[in-house]
Design a protein around this ligand. Structure first.
Ligand code: NAD
Length: 371
């Protein structure tokens, strides 16, 4: 249920009984296309996790353009800066014209330099491989996403690819630190330094420099991006953590999503020093918008990454476990996973599992006399 606050922001009520002072205040950006229905499903699942949230709902995207003159109004950025954590649905970007991507602007404005996209197999999904466990670490602020483009006369265009040592070393360090913290064994740097000897050459050189600091702890190797794509399709088990410049990271993470069940199940996190925005790999899939058909898994798993970021490890395990159990059961999932449930029924199934797990735990923990 929504409430208006005096400053005009919308606030979703947390379940009764929660101690509001303990609640995590999180900016919730539903987005557009399939975003709002996925955000609603995810919010219900996270609210059933036992962790208290104080959701601060903020709208962004094309609908805001008319009212505010920008698809990314300042209050959205202020909210994320204040709360330091946001959960975000996809936002449509006009193709070949119109406003600049809200998603890219958010990442660049807030300095969310690391895009973390895990791709892990889920039991019960029919895919080529059963045991994929890859982590994509994508540089999130520069490369061809710097947005420096111009026409050279009427018939030619140039896009400038920016690669800096500072951003490359920072993302490499993020990948290695992630590997250490999460018990991973190897980091593979992905590039096209045989052709772009300066820009991709600098990225590779930066990764090599950082790798030296982790020698003996985390293995390091590099692959040329075209070969990497072929290798991932044929033998994904050879790889572990991949670190890539922005554009290759975008493309290769969709490939990895395809290995584990498609875009409907691929989560992501944009992480900076001052804030983190959790969002799925997929976009706004306009053809499914408003039909209660889209798969909420990717946004729910992004919520699981958020729970871990907030230090709520136990709740993260519980939510992921309930989601995986519903998928393994196979009856109440969306059509992209072979089921015939809608988005909201899929969420209901997860919420029911979480609620019954909760009852079981409190029954077990209750003193004998009270049972
Ligand atoms: P998309 O990811 O929206 O959809 C591609 C296809 O993947 C869909 O047609 C659908 O078949 C499938 N799919 C995606 N999400 C799904 C889900 N949750 N459940 C079931 N199936 C799902 O990619 P697109 O069509 O290239 O892009 C549409 C719009 O989204 C564009 O405007 C693009 O710029 C934007 N986009 C936004 C983000 C973001 O918000 N971070 C990311 C990617 C694309």
């Amino acid at each position: 249920m929504d409430r208006r606050r005096p400053d005009g922001r919308r606030r979703l009520r947390v379940s009764p009984g929660y101690n509001r002072s303990m609640a995590h205040r999180v900016t919730l950006i539903p987005g557009d296309g399939i975003g709002p229905e996925l955000a609603e499903a995810t919010r219900r699942v996270l609210d059933a996790s036992g962790v208290a949230f104080d959701w601060e709902v903020q709208e962004a995207g094309e609908a805001m353009l008319a009212a505010h003159g920008t698809p990314l109004p300042e209050p959205v950025l202020e909210s994320i800066r204040r709360n330091r954590v946001a959960l975000k649905g996809p936002i449509t970007t006009p193709v070949g014209e119109g406003f600049r991507s809200v998603n890219v602007t958010l990442r660049q404005t807030l300095g969310l330099y690391a895009n973390l996209r895990p791709a892990r197999s889920i039991d019960g999904l029919r895919t080529r491989y059963d045991d994929v466990d890859l982590v994509i670490v994508r540089e999130n602020t520069e490369d061809l996403y710097a947005g420096i483009e111009h026409m050279v006369g009427p018939d030619a265009a140039e896009s400038i690819k920016i690669i800096t040592r500072a951003a490359s070393e920072r993302i490499a360090r993020f990948a290695f630190d992630y590997a250490v913290a999460n018990g991973r064994r190897k980091v593979t740097a992905v590039h096209k330094a045989n052709i772009m000897k300066l820009s991709d050459g600098l990225f590779l050189e930066s990764c090599r420099t950082v790798a030296e600091d982790y020698a003996g702890r985390i293995e390091f190797e590099d692959r040329i991006v075209d070969n990497m794509c072929m290798q991932l399709v044929q033998k994904p088990d050879l790889y572990d953590v991949l670190v890539l410049p922005n554009l290759y990271g975008d493309i290769v993470s969709d490939l990895c999503a395809g290995l584990v069940g498609g875009l409907g199940v691929a989560p992501g996190a944009n992480i900076g020093t001052d804030a983190a925005v959790f969002e799925p790999v997929h976009g706004s899939a306009p053809k499914y918008a408003g039909q209660n058909k889209a798969n909420p898994t990717a946004l729910i798993l992004s919520g699981v990454l958020m729970l871990r970021h907030l230090g709520e490890q136990a709740a993260a395990e519980t939510v992921e476990g309930a989601l995986r159990a519903v998928i393994a059961e196979g009856r109440r999932t969306t059509s992209d996973l072979g089921g015939d449930a809608g988005t909201s029924e899929f969420a209901d199934a997860i919420v029911e599992r979480l609620s019954s797990a909760d009852r079981t735990t409190s029954d077990t923990q209750a003193p004998a006399a009270a049972r």
